[in-house]
Design a protein around this ligand. Structure first.
Ligand SMILES: Cc1cc2nc3c(=O)[nH]c(=O)nc-3n(C[C@H](O)[C@H](O)[C@H](O)COP(=O)(O)O)c2cc1C
Length: 166
């Protein structure tokens, strides 16, 4: 999957400090030909530069379900969740869809849309049984969970989709 034909990448951003650096993933994805739609959890709105990401992507950052009369957004060809919080990883694994971000995640595996999750959790949370179970359950559902993303988590997330840096 290269994104060279203008495929749509949904970047789901959660409420972790690394969210402030999500623009790097946008840049890398756009360089590889993707159209990027940023989807923020409601809590993540305090962690990101909404105006900056909107300028970068040319699209509104989405954080809530559309109203019934509002047009449907374009379908995602792939989804990356980075940074993924403990909270969102566990809710995703449980099938909870009480925010727009979780709704996107709930549907994607069922639609055959590839999903890459890059958790940013400290050791105390990463060792908890609920988190370990969530990772196992998501992987069993075909979701790619990257637990050791290395020095550049953003490039690593894209590499999981088969995208190499330009
Ligand atoms: C400054 C700050 C940094 C945080 N960093 C993280 C983090 O790196 N990983 C994490 O799982 N939660 C982190 N949290 C906690 C989440 O923000 C919190 O669990 C929140 O409910 C997650 O919401 P979301 O999953 O809907 O984005 C942080 C909270 C604060 C205030």
């Amino acid at each position: 999957m290269s994104g060279s034909s203008g495929e749509v990448l949904y970047l789901v951003v959660c409420a972790a400090e690394a969210a402030a650096r999500a623009g790097r993933l946008v840049t890398l994805a756009q360089d590889a030909g993707w159209v990027v739609q940023v989807v923020a959890t409601p809590s993540a709105l305090d962690f990101i530069d909404v105006a900056g990401l909107e300028q970068q992507t040319g699209r509104p950052v989405r954080s809530r379900y559309r109203k019934p009369h509002e047009p449907k957004p374009p379908r995602a060809d792939a989804v990356i969740v980075a940074p993924a919080t403990y909270n969102t990883v566990n809710k995703f694994a449980q099938g909870i869809a009480d925010t727009y971000a979780l709704g996107v995640l709930a549907e994607a595996p069922g639609l055959g849309v590839p999903v890459v999750v890059v958790p940013f959790v400290n050791e105390a949370l990463a060792g908890r049984t609920p988190f370990r179970r969530s990772v196992e359950d998501l992987r069993a559902d075909g979701v790619r969970v990257v637990l050791d993303p290395g020095a550049d988590p953003w490039a690593r997330a894209l590499a999981e989709l088969g995208v190499r840096p330009c």
